[in-house]
Design a protein. Sequence first.
Length: 622
Amino acid sequence: MANRYWVGGSGTWDATSTTHWSATSGGASGASVPTTADNVFFDQAGTYTVTLSVGNVLDFTVSAGTVTFSGTGSPFVNIAGNFSTIAGTVWSMGTAGQIIFVATSAKTITTNGVTLTAGIITFNGTGGSWQLQDAFTTNSTCNTTLTTGTLNLNSKTLTTGIFTSSGSSTRTIAFGTGNITCLSPASGNIWDTSTSTALSTTGTQIVNIVYSGASAVGVTTGTLNEANSISFNFTGGTYSLTFLDIASSSAKNINFSGFAGTWAATSTAIIYGSLTLSASMTLTPILSAMAFRSTSGTQIITSNGKIIDFPLTFNGVGGTWQLADALTMGSTRALTQTNGTLDLNGKTLTVGANYFTGAGTKNLTFNGGTLVCPAASTTSFSNNAPTNYTTTAGTGTGKISMTAATAKTFVGGGSTFNCTLSNDGAGALTITGSNTFTSIANGVRPTSFLFTAGTTTTVTNWNVSGTAGNLVTIGSVTAATHTLSQASGTVSSNYLSISRSTATGGASWYAGANSTNGGNNTGWIFSNAPIAYSITATNGTYTLNGQSVGIARGIVLSGSYGSYAVTGRNITIAKGSLLLPQNGLYFLTGQAVDITYTPTPPVTGPTQYFIEIRSFTETRRI
């Protein structure tokens, strides 16, 4: 190994000329042309140009002067050691020039803000490792290529036109907290790791695609597992983007903020992180599924109003995906939840053709959100793999909304649904399986609920009613009975048409006086539920069941054992209340009293059923 020093000012560096090489700093020329076993130094003051044709060096060091490195023909330089320049250096080899780092051990690269202009910069050395000491920047058309070895960004930014690392050689990109920024304006692949065999990555793994023009661009990721997958930020442009277009190609977080072009994904792809779409972008419909497969942490899906017109699969053991806003799928697209937690986060998720479950451990969390199933289908909602399927209410009351105007089916699979199942379309809703719901309700009328014969549907609350001329039908799919069960309380419905239904569980099931008994029913009471009235005082104002009530003097409360008559109507005073006579009137020591009228009074106006109530210190009228 020898040291070689450039002397004599401007000149050409080729494979034979010794005119500008010295064995000592500032010494006589004539020393042999350096090889990859020799260190090269540019340490002379002054301004001069080195025209590169062929160069081979071990360490490459610029430490003084203002040096311009230009190229002639198809220049290249092989660097087997460290590389270091100083500020003010100009590196301009042209689009045909190449810088090839060929180390086989750990080396460093220091540019001090110098942009390395070349056609190709290659890192290719078995066992080699190149650690950036500061930001590494090339020209916008340069292709930076990692063939073999480790490119260690060392938490710095590498900016280049194109980045390529496609092949089967062992290689690593160590990001630290750094990133790679690609800015090529040329059509074609701006990032290419299509053959990702033996490629590994560590650190933040962030790639920024900052090209802002309109030429077609490709970003080809290859198949990388979750640990090695890379996050991509698309920050601008109106171009047509080909991305995740190879079967099983993958990425981690994908962010299209600022992108106004068209994304064409043509094959089954994998996302291991979050997805943020841009309101200004265009999505091309695809038939293959986009699979979310994170296995840890909470990933965020932001659609920004874009209809996602391709199938979606959630299949990551231990993964969680949370909606940041409403998500709407194309009308023919299915959503399949196989593993992991899908958190609606209070937002509305509208699937296309179907919602399916797959054979894994999966959870649907509502947090006040709504899953809308709009398809008229026997599998509009299909929990066809109910083993290890759970739902979580979270904060607020969630809902599964079946909105088709024609017949549709909810395949429950015998699971517990901690939400409201609502028939929000005029078409009949068939519910299969013995399922448990927080509530069953209807958002439209007339409509129908049909249950599989022989099943038991358990609810905490039954909130189904029709209106005059718009009955809600309750029945079985076949000519046999089904069972509805509510553990306690009073079911108060009206305008139902009921047949082949057994109502049980401990609650009192009132169908309502305007409901129709279609036969073969048990447990239903075809009258109105008793009405519980409540008088409440707040700041001197009294209300009856939330409605202001009027006053009349001279009404006498009489009776015994807690039963009192008000002009012939029976009421029951709440336990602990006390009515005391004074001058022919009564006053109540409590601030609230629950009363039940028997028979139910026809309340027709605010002046019905007046009571004068006094406290010890004031008279209040209700």
